[in-house]
Design a protein around this ligand. Structure first.
Ligand code: ADP
Ligand code: ZN
Ligand code: ZN
Length: 749
C-alpha cells in the first residue's frame, strides 16, 4: 500500500498527465524535468499553456507514449512537493466522475477547495521536519557517536513522525535537520503556519456517559468492524433520543486514541448546532483536533481548516456533504448522521450523493462507516436486510421517556374556521392555545416540497395518480394536462372527483407566508417566527431564530421540513403538521418515504423535557401508509410495506433513475433539443435501460430558463451514466442550451 501512496521518485523519462484548472477540462501530458524529483500523483503544478502559465493537478505519471510528440513541454514549477490529494481520494473522484457522469475536473475541484488551489492565505509558512526513513541500528549508533543534536532530533521524530522546526529548537536546529535530510532520513517541508480558526476555546470538556445495554452492544459492533479486515458498513437505526450521538462520540474517541482520524457528516450545519457543540466539548481537551467545515467559513478559515486536516494536526473533520472529501489523515471511521437526509444529495453539478460517497470512501481507505438515523433511507434498510450492511439498533430512548402521542386529524370531516382559510383545524388551534396559556412552545410544520402542483379532492382525499406507476400526476398549466414525470403518462384534468363526484377537486398548495399570516391572525399575542428557504438565504438568520426559540423568546416556530432536523428543544410540547399529505402529492418515487421520515422525525422533537409531548397531524388522506406507520413510530412496518411496493413498481432501491434535463432561454428550443436527444438515445438504448417520453419539467421555468426533461431507468446506474455521457458528448447542443444528467435523482421537479 505504502509504495502506491508514495511511489518511487520518478526518473526524468516520466510524463505527467495534468488536469488543467478551469472549465475546459483539459487533460494534457507534460514532461517531468530532470531536476523535479518530487512530482507525485496529486501534486499541484504550474505548466506552460498557450504562451501563458496555467495551474493544474497531476493525475497520473506514466512513461511517455513511444510515438508521442518528442518535444513535450515541461512542467515549469512544482507548487507543493507534498501531494495535496491522496491516491484514495483521487480514486474516489475518478469513480464519482464516472458514476455521476460528471466532469473529472469538477470532482477534483471538490477535493481541493478554491482557497487551497489558489494558495491564498498561505503567506505565513514555517518549516516542518518529517521522518521518511528509520535508520538501521549500525547507522544509528554511528550517528549517535558523532552527532548528538541530529540523534536527539531523530529521537523526537521517531515518536511523532513529524515536528515543526520551532518545536525542535528553531533555526538553531536547521543545520542538523539539513544534515539528516542529506542522509535521506528526514525531509523538510514548508507548510502554512497553523492559524486554526477560533476553535474549542469556550468549551468545557464533557465526560463520556455510561452507555446503556443497547448502546453498549451497538458500540461493540462498531469497534468490531473497526478492526475487521473485511469491513461492512454499519446501519445504526435508533429512535430519536436513543443516544446515537453518544455512540458516535465514543466511537470517534476510540479511533482518535489509536492515532487515526475520523470524519463526521451532518445535514446542513446551521440546523444541527447541537451535534457540533457536543463534538467540540467532548474533544475540548485536545485543542485543535476538531475542524469544522461549514459553508460560512471565510476563505482564510477554509484554507486553515483544510491544511490542519491535511497536515494531520486536526484529526476529526465535521461538515456537510462536501466534507466527504475532507483530507483527513489515516481515516479510521466515517459517520453519516441522519443518513436519510436529502441534503446529502448535491442538487447542482457535480450531482453526487454524499452518503453514498462516504460508503465508497470508507471502502477505499479501509475505514469503518456508520450510517445513523431514526428513519433510515430505504436504500440503507434494503442493504441491511440483504446483509450488505450490518444492523445495530436502539429501540428505546436513552432518557427513558416515552415517544409522544400522535393524533391524526381527518381534514375531510374536521371542523375548520373560515377565517383561517381552511389551513388550521379547530382542534389544532385549541391545542396551540393551550400551550400558549401554559407558556410551553409549539412547532408548526408545513410539509411542502418543490413546486409541483397535484390534484386532490378535499371531500374524499382522492389524489390523481399515474395508472402505470401510481406516482402523483403534476398539473401543467400551459397544456392544461396532468403528466406523470416518471413514465410520461398524460391525462386530462377531471372536472369532478372520479371517486366521490365532488366538484370541489382542487390544486393543492399554500406557502409558508400564507400560513404565517393565518397563525398571526389566530394568535395575535404569540411570539412567532418562520424558517423556510427564503429565511435560510439570509446569513445567520436560521441560527438566530433557533437560538431565540431555544432561549424561549419565541412561542411558536413554524416552517418547512428544514426545522425537523436533529433539534432538541425541551420546551416544545406540541408539534402540529398542517398538511401531512401534501408531501405525498409530489412526483417523486421517495414521496411516501420522505413523508414518513418527516412525520417521525418531527414527532421526536416533541416532549424531550419532563412534559409528555403531543403531535397533531392534519391530513386529507388519514389512511396513507406513511401517515399511519409514522403515527405508530413503526419504521420496520413502513419499510417492509414500502419496499414491497417499490419492488413491484420497479422503483429505487431496486431500480436506478436518472433525470435528463435540457434548459434554454427559449422554450421551443429546449423542447426541440430534448426531442432530438431523446430520439438519439432511444435508437441506441442498451438492453436493460428504458427511457420516458420527453415532457416539460414540473417546474417548467426557473432562473430564466425553460426546462424539459425525461427519465432513464435501469437496474444499474452505471449502465445509464456510461451510455448517456457518451451520447451527450457526441450530441453537441450548442447555443444557450445545457443538458444535465442527474443520476439517482432526488428531485424530479
Ligand atoms: P439521538 O442522537 O439518538 O437523538 P442523543 O445522543 O441526542 O440521541 O441522546 C438523547 C438524550 O439522551 C441526550 O440528552 C443524551 O445526553 C442522553 N443520553 C444519551 N446516552 C445516554 C446514556 N447512556 N445515559 C443517560 N443519558 C443518555
Ligand atoms: Zn373526492
Ligand atoms: Zn407513470
Amino acid at each position: 500500500m505504502s509504495d502506491t501512496l508514495f511511489p518511487e521518485a520518478p526518473s526524468a523519462s516520466l510524463a505527467a498527465r495534468v488536469l488543467v484548472d478551469g472549465p475546459s477540462e483539459l487533460m494534457l501530458d507534460y514532461a517531468v524535468p530532470p531536476g523535479m524529483q518530487d512530482v507525485r500523483e496529486g501534486c499541484r503544478v504550474e505548466i506552460p499553456l498557450r504562451g501563458r502559465t496555467a495551474t493544474g493537478t497531476v493525475m497520473t505519471l506514466t512513461a511517455p507514449e513511444a510515438n508521442g510528440p518528442a518535444c513535450m513541454k515541461e512542467i515549469s514549477r512544482l507548487i507543493n512537493a507534498e501531494p495535496l490529494v491522496s491516491q484514495q481520494l483521487m480514486e474516489l473522484a475518478r469513480w464519482a466522475a464516472r458514476y455521476y457522469a460528471a466532469p473529472l475536473e469538477q470532482m477534483v475541484r471538490c477535493l481541493v477547495p478554491e482557497p487551497v488551489r489558489q494558495e491564498r492565505h498561505s503567506e505565513k509558512t514555517h518549516k516542518v521536519a518529517e521522518l521518511i526513513r528509520k535508520p538501521g541500528i549500525e547507522e544509528y549508533n554511528r550517528l549517535a557517536a558523532k552527532a548528538p543534536r541530529q540523534t536527539s532530533i531523530l529521537q523526537r521524530l521517531k515518536e511523532s513522525g513529524r515536528a515543526a522546526l520551532i518545536d525542535l529548537g528553531g533555526s538553531a536546529a536547521l543545520p542538523a535537520c539539513r544534515a539528516l535530510e542529506r542522509r535521506g532520513l528526514v525531509r523538510i517541508l514548508e507548510e502554512a503556519e497553523p492559524r486554526m480558526p477560533a476553535i474549542d476555546e469556550d468549551y468545557e470538556p464533557s465526560a463520556e456517559m455510561e452507555l446503556n445495554p443497547e448502546q453498549t452492544a451497538a458500540l461493540a459492533g462498531i469497534v468490531e468492524e473497526l478492526s475487521a479486515k473485511e469491513k461492512r458498513p454499519i446501519l445504526l437505526q435508533g429512535v430519536t433520543g436513543s443516544g446515537k450521538t453518544e455512540i458516535y462520540l465514543q466511537a470517534v474517541s476510540h479511533v482518535v486514541s489509536q492515532g487515526r482520524g475520523a470524519l463526521i457528516l451532518v445535514p446542513e450545519i446551521s440546523l444541527t448546532p447541537q451535534t457540533l457543540q457536543r463534538f467540540r466539548s467532548r474533544f475540548a481537551s485536545l485543542p485543535g483536533t476538531v475542524a469544522m467545515l461549514h459553508s460560512s467559513l471565510s476563505d482564510g478559515e477554509r484554507f486553515d481548516a483544510w491544511h490542519a486536516l491535511h497536515s494531520g494536526r486536526a484529526r476529526i473533520a465535521i461538515g456537510p456533504r462536501s466534507a466527504v472529501f475532507a483530507p483527513v489523515r489515516e481515516l479510521g471511521l466515517i459517520i453519516v448522521d441522519e443518513e436519510h437526509d436529502a441534503s446529502y444529495k448535491q442538487e447542482n453539478s457535480p450531482r453526487y450523493q454524499g452518503r453514498d460517497l462516504a460508503v465508497l470512501r470508507a471502502h477505499l481507505e479501509g475505514a469503518a462507516v456508520v450510517l445513523g438515523s431514526a428513519t433510515p433511507s430505504l436504500e440503507s434498510i434494503h442493504n441491511a436486510l440483504c446483509g450488505k450492511y450490518r444492523l445495530a439498533r436502539l429501540d428505546h430512548r436513552a432518557d427513558g421517556q416515552r415517544l409522544p402521542l400522535t393524533r391524526v386529524l381527518d381534514m375531510r370531516t374536521e371542523p375548520r374556521d373560515k377565517r383561517y382559510a381552511g389551513i388550521l383545524s379547530e382542534r389544532l388551534r385549541m391545542a396551540i392555545d393551550k400551550r400558549l396559556s401554559r407558556c410551553e412552545q409549539s412547532i408548526i410544520l408545513l410539509n411542502r416540497r418543490g413546486f409541483a402542483r397535484a390534484l386532490q379532492c378535499p371531500d374524499c382525499g382522492h389524489t390523481a395518480t399515474c395508472v402505470h406507476c401510481s406516482m402523483p400526476l403534476t398539473y401543467h398549466l400551459t397544456e392544461d394536462l396532468l403528466i406523470c414525470h416518471l413514465c410520461g403518462y398524460r391525462a386530462i384534468v377531471p372536472r369532478e372527483c372520479p371517486e366521490c363526484h365532488s366538484k370541489g377537486i382542487l390544486l393543492q398548495g399554500f406557502g409558508t407566508q400564507k400560513v404565517e399570516a393565518v397563525l398571526r391572525k389566530a394568535f395575535p399575542a404569540a411570539r412567532l417566527s418562520r424558517i423556510d428557504a427564503d429565511v435560510a438565504r439570509r446569513k445567520n438568520a436560521v441560527g438566530d431564530i433557533l437560538a431565540r426559540f431555544r432561549a424561549r423568546k419565541l412561542d411558536i416556530l413554524m416552517g418547512t421540513q428544514m426545522i425537523a432536523k436533529g433539534l432538541d428543544f425541551p420546551g416544545v410540547t406540541l408539534v402540529g403538521v398542517l398538511n401531512a399529505d401534501l408531501g405525498l402529492c409530489v412526483p417523486d418515487p421517495r414521496a411516501a418515504e420522505r413523508t414518513f421520515q418527516l412525520l417521525t422525525q418531527v414527532a421526536g422533537r416533541a416532549g424531550r423535557g419532563d412534559v409528555d409531548g403531543e403531535v397533531i397531524v392534519q391530513t386529507f388522506t388519514p389512511h396513507a401508509a406513511a401517515i399511519q406507520f409514522a403515527r405508530r413510530h413503526d419504521t420496520d412496518g413502513f419499510a417492509e410495506q414500502e419496499l414491497e411496493l417499490r419492488r413491484q413498481l420497479e422503483l429505487p432501491p431496486f431500480f436506478h433513475f436518472a433525470l435528463l434535463t435540457v434548459r434554454s432561454e427559449r422554450d421551443a428550443l429546449a423542447a426541440f433539443c430534448l426531442e432530438k436527444l431523446h430520439k438519439r438515445l432511444s435508437r441506441s438504448l442498451p438492453p436493460g435501460v428504458s427511457i420516458s417520453p420527453p415532457a416539460p419539467a414540473p417546474l417548467s421555468k426557473a432562473c430564466g430558463q425553460f426546462r424539459h426533461q425525461c427519465t432513464l431507468k435501469a437496474r444499474s446506474a452505471r449502465l445509464i451514466s456510461d451510455f448517456v455521457s457518451g451520447e451527450l458528448a457526441a450530441a453537441r447542443l450548442g447555443g444557450d442550451i445545457t443538458a444535465t444528467l442527474d443520476i439517482d435523482a432526488y428531485s424530479f421537479t
